[in-house]
Design a protein around this ligand. Structure first.
Ligand SMILES: Nc1ncnc2c1ncn2[C@@H]1O[C@H](COP(=O)(O)OP(=O)(O)O)[C@@H](O)[C@H]1O
Ligand SMILES: [Mg+2]
Length: 327
């Protein structure tokens, strides 16, 4: 359990986002089912899952827009149900469909929202100028939003979310349906926000985006978190020991060898071999000696372990488990 400030009794750290058994039912349909989340200051948590998994519903509960059916959540130390106003003042939100007012220009738009946050005009202008510069929109500040490209709109929505300098950001699919160039600009903008104590929760089904930005990853499927850990641990635990590829100058017809203990040949091509190695520092020297004794080796490298591979494996296991339960 956590106290009102989000300080966990056992860990002693402050959690900026803390959800306990967070659940949402729409009639009989469980859209979010007992979600637990903990995000500490300065961390980026990526909530990763397919369409319909419950990401937006979770964000809507965390932003006090939707009342949980069960469970509770604290954001920036405030209870999302009982202290909705404090929650709103402490978060910046980017939703899938932000209403931008086509007739306003960027400056007017930011002043309008700044006033809703009860900021003074002088303060809004100073902050808007700084953020518009930062996201490359300053030159466009007097253009109507109707003329903005999708990428520019999303960056402006991010500026708006940051206007009151909130400690927590909740970004729901910030780059969905964007062209690669705009998506890159928005990702770079998000990456630039990571420094400092700001806590970010980002929902996406985009695996390379998750891999690029996440410290922590929570994989959600059908309303349930099926795996939650650091990005590195997920790759390590799901994909198992590291894999290496040795490539040779010539074809390897008929090659075979007694491999060192803890090394398994996993795949082979005409002039390359792949090995799974339990203890690379312990066995790679011997493996390398063995491989280069008889053949000319051109490269030996560790294969990248992608979040994509791990994610697909986690989903595959979840489907099998579900099948077993159904029997
Ligand atoms: N207001 C609602 N009424 C009924 N069902 C809803 C409502 N909002 C979302 N859902 C359903 O809840 C599930 C999770 O939706 P959502 O949280 O939007 O998923 P995601 O953001 O991961 O794509 C979906 O099956 C969706 O149809
Ligand atoms: Mg969604």
């Amino acid at each position: 359990m956590t106290s009102r400030t989000g300080r966990s009794r056992d860990s002693g750290f402050y959690q900026m986002i803390c959800a306990e058994n967070l659940t949402k039912k729409f009639d009989d349909f469980l859209a979010v089912d007992g979600v637990n989340l903990q995000v500490f200051p300065g961390q980026v948590l990526v909530l990763l899952g397919p369409n319909g998994a419950g990401k937006t519903t979770t964000v809507r509960m965390l932003t006090s827009v939707l009342k949980p059916t069960r469970g509770r959540a604290l954001v920036a130390g405030y209870d999302v149900e009982r202290e909705a106003e404090q929650v709103r003042f402490n978060i910046g939100v980017l939703t899938e469909h932000h209403g931008l007012y086509a007739r306003m220009n960027a400056q007017e738009y930011l002043e309008f929202f700044g006033k809703l946050y009860r900021l003074e005009l002088k303060q809004i202008r100073r902050r808007a100028e700084e953020l518009l510069h930062r996201f490359g929109l300053f030159e466009d500040r007097f253009r109507r939003l109707g003329e903005f490209s999708k990428g520019m709109r999303q960056k402006l929505a991010l500026v708006r979310a940051l206007l009151h300098d909130p400690p927590v950001l909740l970004l729901d699919e910030p780059t969905s349906a964007m062209d690669p160039e705009s998506a890159r600009a928005v990702r770079d903008a998000i990456a630039s926000l990571r420094s400092g104590d700001r806590t970010i929760m980002l929902c996406t089904h985009n695996l390379s985006e998750a891999e690029e930005l996440a410290d922590q990853v929570a994989i959600i499927r059908r309303g349930r978190i099926i795996l939650s850990d650091t990005l590195e641990n997920i790759k390590q635990n799901v994909l198992g020991p590291a894999e290496f590829q040795a490539t040779f100058s010539k074809s390897l017809d008929g090659w075979s060898a007694d491999l060192p203990e803890g090394v398994v040949l996993t795949e082979r091509g005409a002039n390359w071999l792949r090995f799974r190695v339990q203890d690379p520092p312990g066995t790679n020297p011997e493996l390398l000696r063995m491989l280069s004794a008889r053949m000319e080796m051109v490269t030996f490298q560790e294969l990248p372990r992608s979040l994509e591979k791990a994610y697909l494996e986690v989903m595959r296991r979840a489907v099998i488990e579900e099948g077993n339960l159904a029997q």
